[in-house]
Design a protein around this ligand. Structure first.
Ligand code: 26Q
Length: 821
């Protein structure tokens, strides 16, 4: 207690002079470089170490506080954290950005220059991983006792190159220059087992289960302290890396088989080697299953250890902790906790099950069937034999309950079962997650409603009280304050800085919509951000764009349901209109695309290639010069998003109604004053409610219309035959207009559109084009446009991740803030 008080009052200073001292010391004593000939990267590392020192102190005090106050903790289990660069974010959150800029300036170093050298921590695919990162930021900012658990991938999301218009994947060797943000904890290790078999013994009249003959891999902790904005708290993100066990190697060493020992060591360590780059399709690979269990097992062991060290009884887990499952990827945790409670703590089944259900909650992120994880029973039986037994028992008990509740409904039993019996027996991980959780949530109102009506309709009948909606949000610290400093400054001069932690404050900007001078300044900020974006475009593609043109932006993973092809068809349509009516006054546009395709997703890669072929053709056609450009910015990641989003005029959110669970890019763009053109899908619906329908461009089929049309038998070819404009666009693509060196290149893609068009691109084309004409008309009136843009920024407060996290805390986790001052 005395020691605590002693130390608590002496945190490291964070003024300019203290930073100078820390940076110089780190450069010489940690990096080992003479300031006289240090490189830019040396300075980056040195300043990162200076920040790290201050960060870890905050973490220490936060940890002490949580222990002393006996807080309830929440553990967020996620296979993905899409964090991006850490330096600037930490400085801004800790409130020492200015001091650091000035300190470096005295050494002749520019912070914004060296920070560009930092690699993104890209331990995620897209929306789900970025959401996890935003949630960590918010939990720390709001002083929630929240812990992130995940995998320290050696290689994160692949880097995307574009060669001759095609995506090529490069490994993301993000740790190459060292990583000042992590604290390896070689003493924090847990064994994780795979394979082997289960042996049963009768002991004192009870059956005991022993998992024997398993292979062992060691999980080692690596800690990433994560600071809150304006709070002094720092939470912990713990990422596990796989290490070979020492004994495991020893056997072979003794036998003299040195090479085999090294090979097996390397094999165990592949578990944490690489992030699976699939977004919205389950991979079904054994290594993926091992990754999931690896990090789940280590995390659950660690969580229970902490619980015990704090002296709490095991049956009090639900009072002291909540564990959140970020999608089904960590759902095996339900069986793992049961296994430990039954086999190690020897609780009876009912007690163990009550504890388990009291602890877990599950967020669903998708309705798309191909993304739902199922594992072959045979695979689970081989890799995790004890877990498979437990899953059978959970299923048995659960189906007993179903039969009692709805007697005689065998079809219901078949639909609800954790085991899918059709076409090879498979474990439905979503069912395991639902059955093992006391709360299940969707990520936008429509999504949750559809979960209740479709995917989980039977579960909803059984347990309506377990289902809640928690609409996604984004952190304003990164997506406004940091990414768009010019707009942040303009906002703060009018309403102060509180919006950063209370985004609802932005409403106070509304009256300024009537102030023409303010609107002009708002527009000027957008123009400067467009200049910055134009520089990025030129640097990455060599294409020059006119910043007076309308910047039309579609940035997200490449997927058919997101319908990048729909915007591309519109681009081709615009191209034709300009060619055929050059005398008409057309609004100049730059269509900007960015996004990665899963390496195995052939059609998504085709679409990237088509965008680049269309770009190549249109950008070189003098007939449309100055009026239409198309660009594909390579390697979309958090850092490029931070430049693209503030420079966007128009935000494309055009997924087929009922397919995008929420979307969060839609929120980032609207917050930064882009107008949305979108379908009534995901969070677009709530965004429309918030910003007002006059300030958004809505088009296309609604969810119910999509299902009706599908049920009635959708024939895309008929749409094509009845729309001459559309026909011309598709014909051009099909017949090689944009791929003259290989005219057949897009025949399959075009035929697929004409014969299948599962996502109903053709059905929505006419309505999309019509609304795009309204977009053009509005853009001609720059003042009217920026007024609507301002209404977007001003009314996006609801979509702060802080609101999202408060809802989780209140409705699901039952945790409360505890601030270190
Ligand atoms: C599953 C099994 C094996 C390998 C990979 C995967 C896998 C990985 C990532 C499956 C799905 C994902 C990512 C899903 C995702 O990002 N979903 C998005 O989540 C966002 C946050 O809730 C929503 O806003 C988006 O609508 C949703 O698409």
């Amino acid at each position: 207690m005395d020691i605590n008080r002693e130390l608590a009052h002496r945190p490291m200073a964070s003024d300019k002079e203290s930073f100078k001292k820390s940076i110089r010391e780190a450069l010489i004593h940690i990096i080992g470089k003479d300031p006289l000939n240090a490189t830019q990267r040396d300075w980056l590392l040195a300043v990162s170490y200076a920040v790290r020192e201050r960060l870890i102190e905050r973490r220490m005090y936060t940890k002490r506080l949580f222990n002393q106050e006996h807080v309830k903790r929440v553990y967020y289990l996620s296979m993905e954290y899409l964090i991006g660069r850490i330096l600037i974010n930490s400085l801004l959150n800790m409130g020492c950005y200015e001091a650091c800029v000035e300190a470096l300036a005295d050494f002749g170093i520019q912070l914004d220059e060296i920070s560009e050298l930092e690699s993104d921590a890209a331990l995620g695919n897209g929306g789900l991983g970025r959401l996890a990162a935003c949630i960590l930021d918010s939990m720390a900012t709001q002083c929630m006792p929240g812990y992130g658990y995940g995998i320290r991938y050696e290689y994160g999301m692949f880097r995307q190159g574009i060669v001759n218009g095609e995506q090529i994947e490069h490994p993301d060797n993000w740790l190459r220059y060292g990583n000042p943000w992590e604290f390896p904890r070689p003493e924090k290790i847990f064994p994780v087992h795979f394979y082997g078999h289960v042996v049963t013994h009768r002991e004192k009249g009870q059956t005991r289960y022993y998992w024997e003959g398993a292979e062992e891999v060691i999980a080692m902790a690596n800690d990433y302290p994560t600071p809150g904005y304006s709070s002094k708290n720092a939470n912990n993100l713990r990422l596990w890396s796989a290490k070979a066990t020492r004994d495991f190697n020893l056997e072979y060493f003794n036998e003299g088989d040195y090479i085999r020992a090294v090979k097996e060591k390397a094999e165990s360590e592949t578990i944490s080697m690489v992030l699976y780059p699939n977004d919205a399709t389950a991979s079904g690979r054994e290594l993926r299953l091992k990754q999931e269990y690896f990090f789940v097992s280590a995390s659950i062991q660690d969580i229970i250890d902490r619980h015990e060290h704090l002296g709490y009884p095991i049956t009090e887990l639900p009072e002291k902790i909540a564990i959140h499952l970020n999608d089904t990827h960590p759902a095996i945790a339900v069986a793992e906790l049961m296994r430990l409670l039954l086999d190690a703590y020897r609780l009876d089944w009912d007690t163990a099950w009550k504890v388990t259900q009291g602890v877990f909650a599950y967020t669903n992120h998708t309705l798309m069937p191909e993304a739902l994880e199922t594992w072959p029973v045979s695979l689970l039986e081989r890799v995790l034999p004890r877990h498979m037994q437990i899953i059978y028992e959970i299923n048995f008990q659960f189906l007993l309950h179903v039969r009692r509740t709805f007697p005689g409904d065998n079809d219901l039993v078949r639909r609800l079962s954790l085991i899918d019996e059709d076409g090879g027996r498979r474990v439905r991980m979503a069912h395991l997650a639902v059955v093992g959780s006391h709360k299940i949530n969707g990520v936008a109102a429509l999504h949750t409603q559809l979960l209740k009506e479709t995917l989980f309709a039977d579960f909803y009948r059984l347990w309506p009280e377990r289902f809640v909606n928690i609409t996604n949000g984004i952190t304003p610290r990164l997506w406004l304050n940091q990414a768009n400093p010019k707009l942040a400054k303009l906002i703060s001069t009018h309403i102060g800085q509180d919006w950063c932690i209370d985004l609802g404050q932005l409403r106070r900007l509304e009256p300024l919509a009537q102030d023409r001078e303010f609107l002009a300044r708002f527009r000027e900020v957008k123009r400067q951000n467009k200049v910055r974006l134009a520089r990025l475009i030129h640097k990455t593609t060599g294409i020059q764009v006119d910043t007076n043109a309308l910047f039309d932006v579609q940035i997200k993973r490449m997927h058919e349901y997101k319908r990048q092809l729909l915007s591309l068809l519109h681009v081709v349509h615009l191209y034709n209109r300009i060619r055929f009516a050059p005398e008409e006054p057309h609004v100049s546009r730059v269509a900007i695309f960015a996004g990665k395709a899963a390496p195995s997703y052939v059609r998504a890669k085709q679409i990237i290639r088509l965008i680049n072929d269309v770009a190549e053709f249109i950008n070189h056609d003098p007939a449309v010069a100055g009026r239409l450009k198309v660009v594909f910015i390579p390697n979309y990641d958090v850092s490029t998003a931070s430049v693209i989003i503030p420079g966007a005029d128009l935000s494309e959110q055009i997924s087929t109604a009922g397919t995008e669970a929420s979307g969060t890019g839609n929120m980032k763009l609207a917050l930064n004053g882009a107008l949305t053109i979108g379908t009534l899908d995901g969070a677009n619906i709530e965004i429309r409610e918030a910003v007002g329908e006059d300030n958004m461009f809505i088009f296309g089929l609604r969810t119910d219309e999509v299902s009706q049309l599908r049920a009635a038998g959708y024939t895309p070819r008929e749409v094509y035959e009845h729309n001459a404009h559309l026909r011309l666009c598709i014909d051009m693509i099909r017949d090689g207009f944009f791929s003259p060196s290989e005219p057949q290149r897009y025949r399959d893609l075009s035929h697929h559109l004409l014969s299948v068009d599962h996502y109903m691109i053709l059905a929505d084309f006419a309505s999309y084009v019509a609304v795009q004409e309204q977009v053009d008309a509005l853009y001609r009136d720059q003042e009217a446009w920026s007024r609507k843009a301002l209404f977007n920024t001003a009314r996006m407060g609801y979509f702060s991740i802080d609101r999202t996290v408060r809802q989780y805390a209140e409705h699901i986790w039952d945790v409360v803030p505890e601030c270190w001052i």
